[in-house]
Ligand binder design. Sequence first.
Ligand SMILES: Cc1ncc(COP(=O)(O)O)c(C=O)c1O
Length: 433
Amino acid sequence: MARKQLYKVTTRLVHGPEHSAKWDFSHHVTPPLSSSTTYRLDSAKRGARGFQEFGQLVKDTGDMPVYIYDRLDEPTRSILEGELAEIEGGEACVTFASGMAAISAALGSSLSAGDEVVAHPVLYGCTHSLFQNWYPRLGFKVHRVDMNDLAALRKVVNDRTRALYFESPVNPSLELVDIGALRKFADEVNARRKPERKLLIFIDNTFATPFGQRPLALGADVVLHSLTKNLGGFGTELGGAVICPKSMLATLLLYRKDFGGILGSKSAWAIMVYGLPTLALRLKRQQFTAKKVASFLEKHDSVARVAYPGLASFPQRALAEKQLRDFDGDFAPGNMIYFELDPARVDAAEFVDEIARSAYSVTLAVSLGHTKTLIELPASMTHSSYGKSGGAVRLSIGLESPSDIISDLKHALAAVSKSRAPARNARVKSAVK
Ligand SMILES: Cc1ncc(COP(=O)(O)O)c(C=O)c1O
């Protein structure tokens, strides 16, 4: 194992673990897909030992665990968890059936009725719905406060607040949250608290992936992922992960055992064998293309505003350059673009309908972090739980040729642009006169 640590993360992701105490696969070049719901126990003593060890929640002792039943622990999933903890720079990782299962487990296992959460106003639609529709029923109060507004945070954080929750970059707006500033704030609060009541910083790092941002090093306590997106990478598997301190592992494993939202070993295997080894390669190509597409959109007359951290015009560019760094330390603005169309020239629904009708390299579909470029309208699709209207567009750049993506977007914009409306640039010019 020591030898592996001498290599760059990109190389380590390609090769994975040299060996694992979770399963002996010394002679496999590709780690095995173990798929057994239950395990032969040989003796009552071994069965009792397995349950006892799980009860004590000893993980990563360096010994082969006594596997009992897939929902408790399973080798393929467990090897993937080791890999994910390592690339995020965390102590432990627990995977789940989906990103939402991971988010609800990380928070659900940390909160008791009466506890409070402070969450950023804009979040992925189902996380918003979890906070809006389910947490009041469970007795968790959720305040929505801009995480970059420390004065507003100070006003709502009280002795019952256990979690600060946000995404950075935010889905879909790509706004960033200053993780280091939140760390300082949480440290101030925690100086007056007992260790078991500490205020914890939870970040959903799905958009950046560990390739583009390691939030634990920037000051977060818990990192969440939808493995369904760029970590899986091919759009074939659903999954989620929580990367957390060892102190949270026991409760999280018990929670997963009893609530049951495990990641199936077949999905774990695909994410480990296809997703992780190609992560850096895919992301580098996607962000090369994203920069070109964002620059094209920014210059287009029918586009009112483009948010992409790689553009000079990105409002939080300095923070982006600080937080979004790849494994080699290079700026990693990612593969997601958010843009608003000029409603006087283009109706957003007509635009994506035209994409669905005529584009080959851009697909109208939700989800993101796919080999294929995906486009959607957050207000009426992924973020419809907010009940708001709006014509903004979310674009997840894939692996196609940049010129094909640009050409499909250009064609669709031209096909639906209202020709009589003056171009945005012309309007700006006349306003200046
Ligand atoms: C930022 C973010 N977090 C979490 C999720 C939920 O992931 P899953 O669909 O795997 O449950 C999504 C899904 O789009 C997402 O975009």
